[in-house]
Design a protein around this ligand. Structure first.
Ligand code: ADP
Length: 171
């Protein structure tokens, strides 16, 4: 049985198989959740990211968790919102799909996501949360490996949007 949870939490505190980082193309750290993850993980994470050499928008890469309680970090680069007609929804969906693919390939049982693109990248939370939830439900319906998906929110709007989408799952 798989489950989806929406919780109020700093993602860096979660002891899951992987936390997802809303990274930028350089994978060399930044503000928001990216900065928090690098600070908590320590310099070993930056060293490992440097070796990857960047990541395209809509793609994802996996590293170790270093000093984090999570075993792995999956770094994905969400789209910057430019009005919604520049492939933003498709690119955001691709982020979630690629994270799930990496989770599957690495036999992960639990994963925690932040609200990718909903901070500095300006994606409207209501639209982003629908995409996040739709991709999660679609993936969980076809995996035997992943058991728990957590959405860790520090933002009230995001938390409310995701919570609103949860009851529809049991209809
Ligand atoms: P992006 O550049 O993809 O928009 P941000 O890091 O600016 O990424 O924001 C993405 C989301 O992550 C926002 O909803 C923000 O409130 C949230 N966030 C920031 N720090 C944390 C954290 N430590 N744990 C969980 N969510 C966080």
């Amino acid at each position: 049985m798989s489950s989806i949870k929406v919780i109020r939490a700093d993602i860096t505190t979660l002891a899951v198989d992987a936390i997802v980082n809303a990274a930028n193309n350089s994978l060399l750290g930044g503000g928001g959740v990216d900065g928090a993850i690098h600070t908590a993980a320590g310099p070993g994470l930056l060293d490992e990211c440097r070796k990857i050499g960047g990541c395209l928008t809509g793609e994802a890469r996996i590293t170790g968790g270093h000093k984090l309680p999570a075993r792995h970090v999956i770094h994905t680069v969400g789209p910057i919102w430019r009005g919604g007609h520049n492939g933003e929804p498709e690119l955001l969906a691709s982020c979630y799909r690629q994270c799930f693919l990496l989770a599957d390939q690495n036999n992960l049982k639990s994963i925690a996501f932040p609200a990718i693109s909903c901070g500095a990248y300006g994606f409207p939370p209501n639209k982003a949360c629908k995409i996040a939830m739709a991709e999660t439900v679609a993936f969980l319906s076809k995996t035997d490996t992943l058991q728990q998906v957590i959405f860790a929110c520090i933002d009230n709007t995001v938390e409310t949007e995701l919570q609103k989408l949860l009851p529809a799952l049991s209809d």
